[in-house]
Ligand binder design. Structure first.
Ligand SMILES: [Fe+2]
Length: 348
């Protein structure tokens, strides 16, 4: 493991994390850190005299606990993810084509959904970090939470494949000991994409029948909620799948009925203020839900709608409430981001 020109892949395993440093300012970017190796990342940074400026997750990971929150707490680095990332505690929510500078390093974010809705690729100079969107001779699976093969095909073909052929591709995973590829190589050699139509790609991805990653629900929900200390017992996949989802428009009209549903917003207080909230919402951050559930005792029989930033954490909360015997619980699909997108009213 050698750091050359301020660049190194840190894990030497199937799961890839990267460090990029500005040699002049000694500011560094960490991409896709895994939680179990945070101590090693801190040692590498210290050894080479770098300070973590940005810590980036290319998407919400389902296969390993993310190290971003530990690194934020231990170094003060700013956390960067796409605006659709469900987890709280992110310092910079980025959008497609957004640029960020880290000393002399210029980053351009490309929104490349398909593996997950919040998948981004990061272009730094002649390198593109593609997360689990484009892999070497492969692509990220599209059958997990929020995945979509059609959207992924468009992200790869219309976004990544328009970069210069010489652009070096550094993926989020590789299980065959390969370190990188190029856009030009993947265009003609990637067996999932080369010579395949969009529909053929969709059919191929829908037919993969891959086994679920080990401990997916524990890992995924910990990464979706930033609760990884065992303080919350996460619901199972089948419990999550039974949560009734309602759209912002449906909720808006339900709120005009009598009695209106009780709104439980499980956001963090800073999100509640930043995104606004729906009038009458009771704020109970997800982490406090099980200890404060007594506050909802009198409404056990009533219709309850749970709300969060993107609708993911609130699906977890709705499944927890249902398991506790609340009979009429729904989730606001798309959360406050979608509510705001529809121009529906909020309170500061
Ligand atoms: Fe992934």
């Amino acid at each position: 493991m050698v750091l050359i020109d301020g660049f190194i892949e840190l894990n030497r395993g199937g799961c890839k994390s990267y460090l990029l440093g500005c040699e002049k300012t000694r500011k560094a970017i960490l991409i896709d850190p895994v939680r179990e190796r945070v101590a090693l990342y801190l040692a590498v940074l210290a050894y080479h005299g770098y300070r973590a400026e940005f810590v980036i997750d290319t998407h919400t990971h389902a296969d390993h606990p993310s190290g971003i929150w530990d690194l934020q707490a231990l170094t003060g680095a700013k956390l960067v993810t796409h605006r659709l990332t469900p987890a709280p505690g992110i310092d910079i929510h980025v959008c497609d084509r957004q640029r960020l500078a880290c000393g002399s390093l210029e980053m351009t974010v490309l929104h490349t959904p398909g593996h997950t809705p919040d998948s981004i690729s990061i272009l730094v100079g002649e390198r593109i970090f593609t997360g689990d969107t484009l892999l070497i001779h492969g692509t990220g699976r599209t059958d997990l939470a929020g995945g979509d093969p059609a959207i992924q095909y468009d992200s790869i073909v219309s976004q990544l494949f328009t970069l210069p052929d010489s652009t070096k591709v550094f993926p989020g995973h590789d299980y065959r000991g390969q370190t990188h590829s190029t856009i030009g190589h993947e265009k003609v050699r990637n067996p999932r994409l080369a010579g395949r139509s969009r529909q053929a790609y969709i059919d191929l991805m829908n037919d993969l029948n891959l086994p679920l990653p080990e401990r997916i629900q524990e890992v995924l929900q910990a990464n979706q909620t930033a609760i990884d200390d065992g303080s919350l017992k996460f619901p199972s996949l089948s419990q999550l799948n039974t949560v009734r989802q309602i759209s912002p428009i449906e909720l808006d009209s339900l709120l005009k009925s009598s009695p209106p549903p009780l709104l439980v917003d499980v956001s963090q207080p800073e999100e509640f203020a930043e995104l606004g909230h729906i009038q009458g919402s009771l704020l109970i951050p997800l982490r406090q839900l099980t200890v404060r559930v007594g506050e909802l005792e009198s409404v056990r029989e009533r219709e309850v709608v749970v709300v969060s930033r993107t609708g993911v954490r609130s699906t977890t909360a709705a499944a927890i409430l249902s398991a506790m015997g609340f009979e009429h619980v729904s989730n606001l699909e798309g959360g406050m981001l979608e509510w705001n997108e529809q121009g529906l009213p909020t309170e500061p």
